[in-house]
Design a protein around this ligand. Structure first.
Ligand SMILES: [Zn+2]
Length: 253
């Protein structure tokens, strides 16, 4: 029985009305902030968003004042930075083509082809993740990287759950790993804890929360107020950590 279920939420299908009057230009402010400028006959004022790639997009009416636009973008710099970080952390929750989040850090992927060396993955200086493969190909790289991520997640979680169980004065029989995308962890009545190795992409505090959550199910087999009190005793910021999981496109079931 799975008690802690986090389900992948499908974004609602939204039909975008095509706007034949909109145009798209890449502009830059005097202090170097690049942004995408769109003009729309429907726009009544300046509107700022950050797209999923982290690029700021400003929509203006067709007639606008260039100086006002520049002042608007410059004034929104803190907002842009904040939302860029959000967009990128969301994107990198699993991984993008070039970047990958492992626990608390973002790494740049560097792929090296070397037919004379065995496949390997290592964390290098300057937050790089060096992937060496004998031949080019997305499938080979994906396989090698996935093996590395699974092993990294497993060895971290196995030792971490021991520490947390001791702290909570609780026991478990064994730890298993799965890769169900819909579930971060579960606690079986026989004492087996199952975790998703994709937790490797979550901050360590969030991983702690998932581990504490499953361990707490060793006492309370539900999500009753006493269950949450026990969780809170060992993770006072658990609501934030649950929100992190929600913000990254998942929700608890
Ligand atoms: Zn639960």
């Amino acid at each position: 029985m799975s008690i802690f279920q986090v389900l992948t939420k499908k974004p609602p299908v939204r039909k975008k009305p095509r706007n034949p009057n909109s145009s798209r230009t890449v502009r830059q402010t005097a202090n170097g902030r690049q942004y995408i400028h769109k003009m729309s006959s429907r726009a009544r004022s300046f509107r700022l968003t950050v797209n999923s790639s982290g690029e700021p997009v400003v929509t203006t009416p067709n007639r606008f004042n260039q100086n006002q636009l520049e002042a608007f973008v410059t004034a929104q710099e803190p907002w842009i930075k904040h939302h860029q970080q959000l967009a990128l952390s969301k994107k990198n929750f699993l991984e993008s083509a070039t970047e990958i989040r492992i626990f608390d850090k973002l790494y740049q992927k560097k792929i090296q082809i070397d037919p004379y060396r065995p496949s390997q993955v290592s964390l290098g200086a300057n937050q790089t993740l060096q992937i060496t493969v004998p031949e080019p190909g997305d499938q080979t790289t994906k396989k090698v990287l996935e093996r590395f991520l699974t092993q990294t997640a497993e060895s971290y979680i196995i030792s971490r759950v021991q520490i947390l169980a001791k702290r909570m004065n609780l026991d478990y029989t064994k730890v298993k790993f799965g890769q169900h995308k819909s579930q971060w962890g579960s606690c079986h009545r026989n004492g087996t804890l199952t975790f998703n190795w994709r937790l490797v992409h979550a901050p360590t505090k969030v991983i702690d929360y998932v581990l504490i959550h499953e361990l707490a199910h060793r006492v309370h087999h539900d999500h009753s107020p006493s269950f949450w009190r026990l969780v809170e005793q060992f993770d006072s910021e658990y609501t934030q950590h649950r929100n992190w999981l929600k913000r990254h496109g998942v929700s608890e079931g």
